[in-house]
Design a protein around this ligand. Structure first.
Ligand code: SAH
Length: 387
């Protein structure tokens, strides 16, 4: 079967998580760079990667790469690629996004229009026509230029993969579903252990955790652009991937079977967040697996020995909120220390977090969009009596 190079853009700093997910799906990694993991896969891999990978933003199908320092080179380089192997005669094709870093060509609009002309030129000669109606399936291209080296790829996903379909409402500063899943995977949490997000907002960490525990594939319930590509990905691959996803669901966990009941809990101080969490969890199919409750951080408690706290506390988005941060982060430390042998994981943009939480065992820099954040890990500590 024909293989392709597929590329999975992911969060900067979390490439190792995406790499592991791809490897576990059964594919060979071909390249890892900042914010992107590439791998080798066939048509079936396009369907499976979109449906199963939790940490990537989308799945791209590489069409080719070449150097382009001028618009003439851009035109010729594009025209030399075997576009007809990807775009059928009735296909609708365009460059939907162009990004450029340290390169001579940088205007997205100019790159888009030159490449479209070159594509029409090539496909026109191959299909013997001077214009295209483009009423068939959509084939959106993405272009990235890095040091004048251009990579052209088709976007197989369409809407970003963090849009699983369950989060219709969120609070002020929600974490994306892909980032929440990545951090959970990185934390090493396992379904046997209790998990609490004491400042859970719209519940993203917990919903992702419950889906992970119950084996619910992140993309089983949404559509992808490449589903329209009957020339590249036969329908049966999508059907088979959905069947595989259904078979992976742990019915015993979903039913809350004896001895296998999950302990996943979310608290927030804001009463408006509770119905949001519950509706989102319900929509994700994990409504019964998570216990949400109105509770302030200072009242956190759990009788179990060993567990995970994972959270995304406020970091003072507005100046007036920053005043409260020392107290809040101190409360978080006390809440964690009040638990027996629990680990604490948090992602925050607050630069002074360690001043109030103590020195983290691990500190990883992660870009959340353009914002620099830190993911701090604190290993187990014996319980401390509250002062
Ligand atoms: N990760 C969440 C967003 C968290 S935003 C998501 O994806 O939606 C931080 C949350 O902390 C807010 O919902 C806020 O209401 C809550 N919060 C702030 N102070 C708190 C406190 N003292 N106790 C409990 N929750 C608090």
């Amino acid at each position: 079967m024909k293989t392709y190079e597929l590329m999975a853009p992911c969060h900067f700093g979390l490439e190792s998580v995406t790499k592991k997910e791809i490897y576990e799906l059964g594919y060979e990694i071909s390249d890892v760079r900042d914010g992107r993991v590439s791998f080798i896969g066939d048509a079936e891999a396009i369907a499976r990667a979109n449906i199963f990978i939790r940490s990537a933003e989308r799945i791209l199908l590489k069409v080719g790469e070449f150097r382009a320092e001028s618009y003439e080179e851009l035109f010729q380089g594009t025209r030399a690629l075997p576009l007809e192997e990807f775009i059928p005669e009735d296909g609708s094709f365009w460059v939907t996004k162009a990004s450029s870093i340290n390169s001579k060509l940088y205007s997205p609009r100019d790159i888009q229009s030159v490449m479209k002309k070159a594509m029409v030129d090539r496909l026109g000669r191959i299909y013997h026509r001077s214009w295209f109606e483009e009423h068939g399936a959509k084939y959106p291209f993405r272009v990235s230029l890095y040091k004048d080296q251009l990579t052209l790829a088709l976007d197989t996903s369409g809407e970003s993969l963090h849009k699983r379909g369950y989060r219709l409402k969120a609070g002020k500063a929600p974490i994306t579903e892909t980032l929440a899943a990545s951090l959970l995977l990185l934390s090493g949490w396992r379904a046997e252990l209790p998990l609490i997000d004491p400042m859970c907002g719209s519940g993203t960490f917990l919903i992702e955790a419950a889906m992970l525990a119950a084996g619910i594939a992140p993309g089983a319930d949404r559509a992808f652009t490449a589903e329209g590509w009957s020339n590249l990905v036969p329908r049966k691959h999508w059907n088979e991937a959905v069947t595989e996803a259904n078979e992976q669901i742990d019915r015993a966990i979903l039913a809350g079977g004896a001895g296998r009941v999950l302990d996943i809990q979310g608290y927030d101080i804001d009463p408006a967040m509770l119905p949001v969490c519950r509706e989102n969890a319900e929509r994700a199919g994990v409504g019964k697996l998570i216990h949400f409750q109105l509770r302030e951080l200072a009242k956190l408690s759990h009788s179990g020995r060993g567990g995970y706290l994972i959270t995304n506390p406020p970091y003072g988005e507005r100046i007036e909120d920053r005043r409260n941060l020392p107290l809040l982060y101190t409360e978080l430390r006390e809440a964690w220390e009040g638990l027996d042998h629990w680990k604490l994981y948090l992602i925050t943009a607050y630069e002074d977090a360690q001043r109030y939480l103590g020195r983290a065992d691990k500190n990883r820099k992660i870009y959340n969009g353009m914002m620099k954040t830190y993911f701090y890990s604190y290993g187990i500590r014996p319980r401390q009596e509250k002062k």
